[in-house]
Design a protein around this ligand. Structure first.
Ligand code: SF4
Ligand code: MG
Length: 332
């Protein structure tokens, strides 16, 4: 998948919101990109746009979204629907949003398989049972005939993953898929996604605010702030030697990291409203390093993403300080 200069805007009663502003990234097959940022940073909206899960009449999308070389921006709804499911799939925090309460788990997986494969119900059912087995649900034959409410939260999450992967998508987008689960189940689901990715070879975009999860599952990290990327690099680069002041703030606000000194260091202030993104560097009202940049440029000029492989969007030419690189191994 390759995203170039993506913008997503939609009207609200208070004015037009620009939820994504000039986003660029790519994820090759077999790799996992984690997108992190506070809520309202545009991480979910940008991914919904990739799958066309927005109201086309009310949303304005510009730029380019290519999956397997195919341009999705401007594709008619019918073709987008065909692409979804076969080419790409999404799993959410809440399985209720993708599992229908009135149909059995089996029927739902069978339907989504048959929507893209002309096979008999019997063949599709065998495939569905195989998928439940792959995601670690015991007695798949019996489980197929049960309804979502007969599954535990962790099982529903597994069933949703089975449904997302039944058509062997090239791209899997996981939006906070483990946030609602307890720690043990969360670890199992993360392992499962990593295993399935190895088997299926998909590109995975993993949206989360949990940097411990990032350290566990991702190859690369993209940090988003106010609708755009502010830092992008490998997990080792971004979590080990972050260069953007916002990334420093995110890392310092993890309890497990600051725990040793007994101090939690939250980022002051809150994310900006996307109705009125600050001028210059969108992070400048909250940045404790803005005075190090001459001529008040932080408030007037938007920095570009710069760097060779490890990219950052900041006017500071030298990092204002060296981050405590001890931080990476101490992540949970
Ligand atoms: Fe802080 Fe300025 Fe860098 Fe923005 S550009 S992160 S305000 S130092
Ligand atoms: Mg979200």
């Amino acid at each position: 998948m390759e995203i170039t200069d993506l913008h997503v805007r939609f009207p609200t009663p208070d004015g037009t919101v620009t939820a994504v502003r000039g986003l660029n990234y790519s994820v090759p097959l077999g790799r996992t990109l984690a997108i992190v940022g506070e809520s309202g940073s545009g991480k979910s909206v940008s991914s919904m746009a990739v799958l066309g899960l927005h109201d086309p009449k009310r949303t304005e999308i510009s730029g380019s979204i290519k999956v397997g070389g195919r341009e999705l921006v401007g594709l008619p709804e019918r073709e987008l629907m065909r692409f979804r499911g076969a080419g790409a799939a999404m799993i959410f925090q809440d399985p209720q949003s993708s599992l229908h309460p009135f149909f059995t788990i089996g029927d739902q997986i069978v339907e989504s398989y048959r929507a893209h494969h002309s096979v008999s119900r019997r063949v599709a059912r065998a495939r569905a049972a195989d998928m439940l087995d792959r995601v670690g649900i015991p007695n798949p034959g019996r489980r197929l005939d049960q309804y979502p409410h007969e599954f535990s939260g962790g099982m529903r999450q597994r069933a949703m993953i089975a449904m997302a992967l039944v058509n062997d998508p090239k791209l899997l987008i996981a939006d906070e898929p483990t946030t609602a689960l307890d720690v043990t189940v969360q670890a199992q689901i993360l392992d499962l996604i990593a295993d399935l990715q190895r088997d299926f070879g998909s590109a995975v975009v993993f949206i989360t605010h949990d940097l411990g999860v990032v350290a566990e599952i991702a190859d690369e990290v993209l940090v988003m702030y106010a609708g755009t990327a502010v830092e992008h690099g490998t997990v080792k680069e971004v979590l080990g030697t972050p260069v953007h002041p916002y990334s420093w703030g995110l890392l310092e606000s993890i309890p497990a990291v600051s725990g040793s000194s007994g101090m939690l260091h939250p980022i002051p202030g809150s994310p900006p409203s996307l109705l009125a993104v600050p001028s210059g560097c969108a992070f400048h009202p909250r940045c404790e390093f803005r005075d190090r940049v001459p001529a008040g440029r932080c408030a007037t000029d938007q920095p570009e993403m710069t760097g060779a492989a490890h990219l950052s969007r900041c006017h500071l030419t030298e990092p204002a300080r060296i981050f405590d690189t001890e931080i990476l191994p101490r992540l949970p």
